[in-house]
Design a protein around this ligand. Structure first.
Ligand SMILES: *[C@@H]1O[C@H](CO)[C@@H](O)[C@H](O)[C@H]1NC(C)=O
Ligand SMILES: *[C@@H]1O[C@H](CO)[C@@H](O)[C@H](O)[C@H]1NC(C)=O
Ligand SMILES: [Zn+2]
Length: 586
């Protein structure tokens, strides 16, 4: 897919998101559902209005006037349904587009007056396979006043205004004339033009009142962003950096990975890495392996890589828990308002990396000074992934207090999940090779753990009972991570491996969770939300079993039990005494 297509996709998603915000049902007086402040630049804020949407769902579906007509089309069905439902003339409705799906078909319309569409008064209808309406949303309005449909201001004057206010240039995208509903229920006529400022990474759709000449609204499009980074499936720099363009998942990160003010640095919505600047959204800083990690160029290479990896994980975790991430309140105001701060070559130390969760995730990638040449932890993806995963596990366990992985056993599992996530995202095929963490920073094939993670009990003999004699959280974590390594292998063996995962930007899990690798990811995240505060190996195991019941109807029960039992966590496991037993029927 060329950049152009990707760019377009971002724009479409931006538009879809803009209209999705209005579908929220507002409590009276709550402006979150109808208004949005756009910070255009330092001293310019535009408040954008979207009329409130009504929304209804109809279970098995309701009839529409053309339900029984054999010659009806989705267009005629939609127009007749809306006209009857809203008691408006069909000349007030303009069919815009439709999407015929396997389960449901969807139609999207806008309100019109004198043949001119309303930009922000729209409706959508969903039909089931029986041609009945199963959902209807509408932000159609009954205007108090409506401006004449002939512009008094020229397009040229409108463009000049938009360019001046938004600090950019008209980009020749065909302008339109559209009605726009304002929050005083008046409807103004607008010239709609696109304004870009490449140096600032800014791109807007501007609405200029065609009678008063004022800028009355704007939509902020997402611009192209490129990161020179190690793909998420890679572990160490020698595997090669790539230019990765627009890797953000727009569902998990609706405004992209940067702030709405533009893509000029790595201080973003989810992750903040102070501070790397980019021109035109190009975060391209080649690593110079012959120079010290502390040079500006190499620091920037490390920061961009940390930013890319951490955001990829944010999106992946968000999508795999989908609803959970939103219904659970992670700290104050949810994950979007709670960015993880990553400092590269943190002054606080060397030869380590660490993560502090409450109340904001803060992660430090330290310089590894005992290796020669010195190496930056932010350039080794498994180190970045390990750290970021602490944020995920600390925030989800216990519902966001950040206080629920505090015991030695729970803290040990915290380390284990972090290693297991690094192990998970690097798979590029169904093979489950032994996994070593920290090879690059230590410049040693043995890495930083006592054993490789392995399906072989000879290569890695750690089992549940091993933790009886372990006191250090990373050592305890090795037992849990090795158990999960075997869990992953078992699920992939039983349910196959979904190749979608092994791409630069792992796409969201399929709804059916197909592929053992996606099942593993779902259960990994779901179980975090189920398990108690300060879980033990045994309660964390039970959470996996329940997570499988919740999401997959228990389809993987025996696979999961066998994997746990293979490392001593069978049904009778307790007090660090192994059990290899599985429930009867497995
Ligand atoms: C990344 O893009 C830059 C700018 O276009 C280019 O000079 C560089 O060779 C590219 N690097 C890779 C690894 O593709
Ligand atoms: C990053 O850029 C945004 C938008 O220009 C700005 O508000 C913010 O202060 C910058 N952050 C840093 C650390 O430079
Ligand atoms: Zn750790």
């Amino acid at each position: 897919m060329g950049n152009h297509t990707k760019l377009l996709r971002s724009v479409l998603v931006a538009i879809v998101y803009a209209s999705a915000t209005i579908a929220l049902v507002a409590a009276p007086g709550n402006k979150h559902a109808t208004h949005r402040d756009l910070l255009i630049k330092k001293d310019l804020k535009i408040t954008v209005f979207h009329p409130e949407s009504s929304f209804g769902t109809f279970d098995q579906g309701i009839e529409h006037p053309l339900s029984k007509s054999s010659s009806s089309t989705i267009e005629s069905s939609t127009l007749s349904f809306i006209a009857s439902r809203l008691k408006v003339d069909s000349s007030a409705i303009k069919f815009r587009t439709s999407h015929l799906g396997e389960i449901t078909s969807h139609a999207y319309v806008s309100q019109v007056h004198d043949g001119i569409s309303f930009a922000n008064a729209v409706a959508n209808v969903a039909f089931n396979r029986g041609n009945k309406v199963v959902a209807f949303g509408s932000s159609f309005v009954t205007p108090k006043t409506i401006a004449p449909s002939t512009p008094a201001i020229t397009l040229k004057a409108a463009i000049t205004t938009a360019e001046n206010v938004l600090d950019g240039k008209f980009n020749d995208h065909p302008p339109t004339v559209e009605y726009l509903v304002k929050d005083d229920e008046s409807v103004v006529l607008t010239h709609v033009v696109q304004i870009q400022n490449d140096a600032a990474g800014a791109w807007y759709q501007a609405f200029v009142d065609a009678h008063s000449g004022e800028l009355v609204s704007a939509v902020n499009f997402v611009t192209d962003v490129t990161y020179l980074a190690l793909p998420i499936t890679s572990e160490v720099p020698t595997q090669g950096f790539q230019n990765i363009t627009n890797p953000q998942d727009m569902t998990a990160s609706p405004f992209g990975w940067h702030s709405t003010t533009g893509t000029t640095n790595t201080s973003g919505n989810n992750v903040q890495v102070p501070t790397t600047s980019a021109l035109n959204g190009n975060f391209i800083y080649p690593l110079d392996p012959t120079a010290a990690p502390t040079t500006t160029g190499n620091m920037n290479a490390a920061r961009v890589n940390a930013f890319y990896v951490a955001n990829s994980l944010h999106d992946l975790a968000y999508r795999s828990s989908a609803f959970n991430f939103q219904t659970n309140n992670f700290g104050k105001g949810g994950a979007q308002n709670d960015p993880v701060t990553i400092s590269v070559q943190d002054k606080a130390g060397t030869n380590n990396a660490d993560f502090a969760t409450p109340p904001d995730g803060q992660s430090g990638m330290f310089l590894w000074t005992f290796s020669l040449p010195q190496r930056d932890g932010a350039l080794e993806n498994d180190i970045v992934t390990h750290e970021f995963t602490h944020g995920i596990t600390n925030r989800i366990t216990g519902g966001g207090t950040g206080r629920c992985l505090q015991t030695t056993e729970a803290g040990g599992m915290g380390e284990g999940w972090s290693d297991a996530m690094a192990n998970l995202v690097e798979h590029t095929s169904s093979a489950v090779p032994d996994y070593v963490l920290g090879q690059y920073v230590t410049n040693s094939p043995a890495g930083i753990r006592t054993h490789p993670y392995s399906t072989s009990a000879t290569t890695n003999p750690l089992r549940y009972s091993s933790i009886k004699t372990l006191n250090e959280v990373h050592n305890i974590g090795e037992v849990w991570a090795n158990t999960l390594h075997n869990m992953y292998a078992a699920l992939v063996a039983a349910r196959g491996w979904n190749p979608l995962f092994g791409t630069t930007n792992p796409p969201p899990p399929p709804g059916d969770g197909s592929g053992g690798n996606y099942i593993f990811l779902h259960l990994f995240i779901d179980a975090l939300a189920l398990q108690p505060c300060n879980p033990t190996f045994v309660s964390a195991r039970d959470a996996w079993i329940q997570a499988d019941v919740n999401r997959f109807g228990g389809a993987n029960k025996c696979t999961i039990w066998h994997a746990f039992a293979s490392r001593g966590l069978g049904v009778g496991a307790a007090n660090f005494v192994d059990s290899s037993a599985v429930p009867s029927g497995c």
